[in-house]
Design a binder for this molecule. Structure first.
Ligand code: GDP
Length: 478
């Protein structure tokens, strides 16, 4: 196991040149961005920069949760898992809805279609395809950032009339970075004057060559609204799935990833889990992130109770100790004692991770505001990609009320730096890091100036906390 200087820099949101400088101080002169660091050196660098080391826990290894591959003889074909990405308004949601409509087993007795974050359609030929129905690349990036690899194929939707837009480019980049094959769906072909060739041409500039341009990326012309081209799209998904030879062992303890999770007033913590190998059964004891539980009941995306769930099937499960996060690993363990042990071990890691932030938190930030009778709530927002920064800024602006207004002083892509802290300090604003951290200097300044640094990996967590903070600030009238 080794990691290059550049890769380590990316993960820590630090400059590679700073790492090289540190290495020369640590008796490793002549290092470059490509220098491979062994685990011990990487850990030393990480701690020198004041970051935390998150390692696969010893408890995980003990319960055989990692590194144990299935015997090829046990592998059986499984449905592909597909994510749809693309620029806003290019038709992601419409396409997801249209594809959902192709399901031949829809409308099962007693079932009501419910949004659980993913759904599976069964095709006339009996094959199945699973779609993650939180469109957009924030969710994809979030999951990937948490180490979850759930998507087999990405569909990039491009509205022919709008063309390649910033989020299209990001979607392409994220897909490439994840090493996942893409299929381009050229949408809105029902609109007068439709010209798909223009898109195929424009894609070349982003290193995406579709088949008719001599490349290997499949593309298909669709209209999500008029529901044309859907059969062809599904055909191409299945073809791609064939090429990928997607397989899993269904006859083992289940493992998977959390797609989404929430706290339901009546039913308690709920999580949608995508089973990735094995078969999940009612009564199974599991660990999920820092939570654990016993499957009390499982519902599929049609609201129907199921007793078992095999590979690539998304199911909503009841019976969790708490609400996990999207991207958290899920795995069945032999008994409750083991589940508790692993969960608490992980909870310990989580707390250790959280305590690095914030000399002040959002609540105390509000105390300061209250005494100053300020009615504006300033924020600085830094994120890992332009798309998430945009999404956060727009979400944050939406929670402003007549009485208190969130004001984004500055937003941008990249790690949190000294200049961000200086800016924030001037307005007593907290800094939000989404998928990024503060560098050592910035942390030092933040400590000194009492600037709160808050790290989030999930937009919803950030919005929820902010809403609570705003509500608390304004009192019960709100
Ligand atoms: P998203 O933001 O990518 O999820 O896009 P939506 O699915 O919400 O679609 C944005 C707008 O484009 C909506 O007004 C849709 O009705 C419209 N739209 C989506 N697909 C098509 C299509 O195939 N043809 C036409 N004419 N309009 C479409």
């Amino acid at each position: 196991e080794s990691i290059t200087v550049q890769e380590l820099a990316n993960r820590m949101a630090e400059r590679a040149s700073d790492i090289v400088r540190l290495l020369s101080k640590l008796d490793m002169p002549g290092s470059s961005y490509e220098t491979e660091l062994d685990q011990d050196t990487a850990e030393l660098v990480i701690s020198e920069f004041g970051h935390n080391i998150v390692r696969v826990s010893d408890a995980d290894v003990e319960v055989g949760m990692v590194g144990e591959a299935d015997d090829p003889a046990t592998l059986v074909k499984r449905p592909p898992v597909v994510t749809i990405m693309g620029h806003v308004d290019h038709g992601k949601t419409s396409l997801l809805d249209a594809l959902r409509g192709t399901d031949v087993v829809k409308g099962e007795a007693g079932g009501i279609t419910q949004h659980i974050g993913a759904y599976q359609v069964t095709l006339p030929g009996g094959e199945a395809v699973t779609f993650l129905d939180t469109p957009g690349h924030e969710a994809f990036t979030e999951m990937r950032g948490r180490g979850a690899k759930v998507t087999d194929i990405v569909i990039i939707v491009v509205a022919w009339d709008d063309g390649i837009m910033p989020q299209t480019i990001e979607a392409i980049n994220h897909t490439k970075a994840a090493g996942v094959p893409m299929i381009v769906a050229i949408n809105k072909m029902d609109k007068a004057g439709a010209d798909a060739g223009r898109i195929r041409q424009a894609l070349l500039q982003y290193d995406v060559q579709v088949e008719s341009m001599g490349g290997e990326v499949q593309d298909v012309e669709v209209s999500a609204v008029k529901k044309t081209g859907l059969d062809e799209l599904i055909e191409k998904i299945l073809l791609q799935a064939e090429i990928l030879e997607l397989k899993a062992n269904p006859n083992r303890a289940a493992e998977g990833s959390v797609i989404e999770a929430k706290l339901d007033k009546g039913r308690g913590p709920l999580a949608t889990v995508l089973v990735q190998r094995g078969t999940l059964k009612v009564g199974d004891v599991f660990v999920v992130g820092a939570e654990w539980g016993k499957v009390r009941a499982m519902l599929n995306d049609k609201g129907v109770q199921v007793k078992t769930a095999g590979p690539s099937l998304p199911v909503e499960i009841l019976g969790l100790s708490g609400v996990p996060r999207a991207g958290d690993p899920f795995m069945v363990v032999e008994n409750e004692a083991r589940a508790r042990e692993v969960a608490s071990y992980r909870a310990g890691l989580e707390t250790a991770k959280r305590t690095v932030s914030a000399p002040a938190d959002l609540a105390s930030m509000f105390m300061a505001l209250k005494s100053a009778k300020a009615m504006e709530y300033p924020l600085v927002i830094k994120g890992d990609v332009q798309g998430s920064v945009e999404a956060i800024v727009s979400a944050v602006n939406k929670i402003s009320t007549d009485l208190i207004r969130v004001r984004v002083l500055h937003s941008g892509v990249g790690g949190i730096t000294e200049s961000d802290v200086n800016l924030a300090a001037a307005s007593k604003a907290p800094i939000i890091g989404f998928g990024v951290r503060a560098n050592a200097k910035a942390r030092e300044f933040a400590q000194r100036d009492g600037v709160a640094l808050k790290y989030y990996d999930v937009i919803y967590d950030l919005i929820d906390e902010l809403k609570l903070a705003l509500a608390g600030q304004l009192g019960p009238e709100m």
